[in-house]
Design a binder for this molecule. Sequence first.
Ligand SMILES: Cc1cc2nc3c(=O)[nH]c(=O)nc-3n(C[C@H](O)[C@H](O)[C@H](O)COP(=O)(O)OP(=O)(O)OC[C@H]3O[C@@H](n4cnc5c(N)ncnc54)[C@H](O)[C@@H]3O)c2cc1C
Length: 392
Amino acid sequence: MDSAPPTALLGYGREIFQYHHEAYRTTTRRFFQSEVEPNIKQWQKDGFFPAELFKKAGQAGLLCAGIPEEYGGGGGDFLHHAIFYEEHGYSLAGAALEGGLCTDTTSYVMMLGGNEAQRREWLPQFASGDVIAEVGVTEGHSGSDVRSLRTTAKRDGGDYVLNGSKMWMTNGPIITMLVVAARTEPDAHNKGGICMFIVPIKGTKGVTVSKPIELMMKSAGGVSEVFFEDVRIPAANLLGGDEGRGMAAALGTITTSRLATGARMMAACDLAFKITVDFVRERKAFGQAVIDFQNTQFKLAQMKTEIAVGRAFLDRLLLRNAGGKCDPVESAMAKLWISELEGRVMDECVQLHGGAGFSDEYPISKMYAFARVHRIYLGTSEIQRLTIARSI
Ligand SMILES: Cc1cc2nc3c(=O)[nH]c(=O)nc-3n(C[C@H](O)[C@H](O)[C@H](O)COP(=O)(O)OP(=O)(O)OC[C@H]3O[C@@H](n4cnc5c(N)ncnc54)[C@H](O)[C@@H]3O)c2cc1C
C-alpha cells in the first residue's frame, strides 16, 4: 500500500521550475505538514490560527521568498512566490486556513509602491513574520467599484488624519498592519485622489477591528471589518511618499496577486482530483469500486484534461511574470478561467464522494466551500470579464 502522504508528488517536476524552486517547495510543504495540518482542527475550534504561525514561517525562511535579500526577503523570484501560494493549495489543511500566510501579497505592494525608506523599514518585518500585513481597499459599499471608496485622509501639519472603514480584511483578527486606500481629495469622487497609507493596527489610537465575520465555511482563518476614527499617522506613512504613486502600484500588483491565487487554485484542483481518485478506488457500490463505473471514469477524464489545460496556461503566465512580462488582460483571463474551473472540479469531486463529500471529516468539503470565494475576491468573475472585454 502507498504510505506516502497524498500530496507527495503534486507540483513537482514541472518544466518552469529549477532545482532551487523545488527545494523551496519541499521546505514549504514540510512546514504545512508539520506545523499546520496537525493543528488545524484545534484552530478551527479556537476560531483562528495563531499569529505565531507567521513567525514560525519567517524563521523557516518561507515568507517573502521572492523579495530581494537586501530587504530581508529570500532573494528568489516570482516563481517562489507562486510556489508559496501553491503549497497552501496542496496542503490538506490549506482551505481551512482561508487567507493563510498572505503577507507576501502586501510585500509586492510595498516593493513596487513604497519608497526606499519604507521598503527598508517594513519588508524585513514582513519576512520575519513580526508584522502581519494586508491591503485594505474594499469598503462596505464599494468593492468592485473601487473608486467610489469613502475613507478619507486629510493632511494636518506633519500628519494625515484617517476616517472611514474597510470591509473583508483578510486575517483581520491577527493583522498588525494595513496598507489602506483612502481619498485625499474628498471632492474628487470617482476621479482619482486615492492614495495608500501604511497604518499600524496594534497600538494606533482610533483603529478598531471587528470580531471575525462568520463565513460560509467554518475555517481557522477569516476576515474582519476595520474602522478608523480620527486616526493620526505621520505623513511619512504615505505609501511611496507622494500622493500620486501608491494607488497605481496597489492596482498594478493585483495582476500578480491574481496569478499567485491562480497557482493556489490550480494546486487545489490537483489535490481535489488526487484525493477523489483515492476515494473512488476504495469506495464500493453495487459490488464494485466506484472508480469502475464508466460515469466516474469519464468525469475523472474530463477533470484531468481541464486541469492540464489550466495548468499549461497558468505555467506560461507564471514564467512570463517571473521574467517581468506580466499582462493584466492575460492575468484576468487566468483568474476567470481557473476560478471557474476550480468551482467545477470541486463540485464534481464532492459528488464523487457521495455523502462523505458533505462531511467535515473529509477535506473535500472545506475545499469546495473555499473555492467559492475565488470567483469573488481579487475582482469578481464579472470584473475579470470587463477587463478582458476592454482589450477586444
Ligand atoms: C473572504 C474574503 C476576503 C477578502 N479579503 C479582502 C482583503 O484582504 N482586502 C480587500 O480590500 N478586499 C478583500 N475582499 C473583498 C473582495 O475583493 C470584494 O468582495 C470583491 O471585490 C467584490 O466586491 P463586493 O463584495 O463589494 O461586491 P460588489 O462589487 O457589490 O458586487 C456584487 C455583484 O455585482 C457584480 N458587479 C459589480 N460591478 C459590476 C459591473 N460593472 N458589471 C457587471 N457586474 C458587476 C459583481 O460581479 C457581483 O456579482 C475579500 C472578500 C472576501 C469574501
